[in-house]
Design a protein around this ligand. Structure first.
Ligand SMILES: [Zn+2]
Length: 284
């Protein structure tokens, strides 16, 4: 476990001992338990959403209500690091932000509470849905955390219509002439710790039109039925190997329309679970 995970888990344990309850876990209450005052005011730099300054967390005005808890959690993690966060280079600063992102997940989706909520549950899109609803986080945060805590090789994918990929910071790599308006493009790929193939080349990849990821999204677009889950065996080129994978996909609605497709991919024949129970030692 990394040092920040350790500090974040200790902060969670201390807060729970003081009566902090969830899920969902209220980040504003956690901030006040840690004697951090929340102030909303302009931060000048338009990209910055929050800033930790001693006993204060400054939040940018107009933060979306779903974004605000994450930003507070992220800044609480900066406060936990305290003086241990001096960076001199751009890459060190980038690493620090990723550390704070990981620490924020520990606060929003605490390890032992997740263990109680989903121990031994197969990692699938409905688990991600239930974590999203119970913990009040985005589907991206829920999926990423589920995969982080998954004991088998698996991958969580988010795909959106190619015309929206830029909003996720992903370049559309094929020309408009070859692209249908309904084509999906992978914008996020989060592996579980035991996934060895890497994710190189996946982000930005157009989803094959025959994939269940594309089919689940197209079906939802046509029928407006958003709850359906699709499953299939597919061959994907990942890293430098061709892999036979079991893919389970579901559309994600926004304002009654499908806005993205999420998918869990795992080695064919495998069954990824969260915190899969360890085999008990044989009794003598
Ligand atoms: Zn930060």
């Amino acid at each position: 476990m990394t040092a920040i995970q350790h500090r974040a888990r200790r902060a969670v344990a201390e807060a729970i001992a003081l009566g902090w309850e969830g899920p969902p876990f209220d980040m504003e209450v956690l901030a006040s338990l840690r004697r951090l005052k929340l102030v909303v005011r302009s931060l000048g730099d338009s990209k910055r959403e929050g800033l930790w300054m001693g006993a204060t967390i400054i939040l940018r005005p107009g933060l979306h209500k779903h974004r605000r808890p994450y930003v507070i959690a992220h800044e609480i993690v900066h406060s936990l690091l305290g003086k241990d966060q001096a960076t001199t280079t751009k890459s060190e600063a980038g690493l620090l932000e990723r550390v704070c992102q990981a620490g924020a997940a520990e606060l929003l989706l605490p390890f032992h509470v997740m263990a109680g909520h989903c121990n031994g549950v197969p990692v699938c899109t409905s688990l991600i849905d239930s974590v999203e609803a119970a913990f009040g986080v985005s589907f991206e945060a829920a999926g990423r955390r589920c995969l982080e805590l998954c004991s088998e090789p698996a991958l969580f994918i988010v795909a959106v219509g190619a015309e929206h990929a830029a909003r996720w910071g992903v370049r559309t790599i094929i020309g408009p002439a070859q692209l249908r308006i309904s084509d999906l493009q992978v914008v996020r790929a989060y592996p579980s710790p035991s996934w060895t193939e890497g994710t190189a080349g996946l982000v930005g990849l157009p989803v094959p039109r025959t994939s269940v990821i594309q089919r689940s999204f197209s079906r939802a677009t046509i029928s407006r039925k958003l709850g359906a889950t699709f499953r299939g065996e597919e061959s994907w080129h990942i890293g430098c190997s061709q892999r036979q994978l079991t893919v389970e996909a579901a559309p994600r609605p926004a304002a009654g329309r499908p806005s993205a497709a999420i998918a869990v991919m795992q080695h064919s024949g495998g069954q990824a679970t969260l915190f899969a129970p360890r085999p008990k030692p044989q009794s003598q």
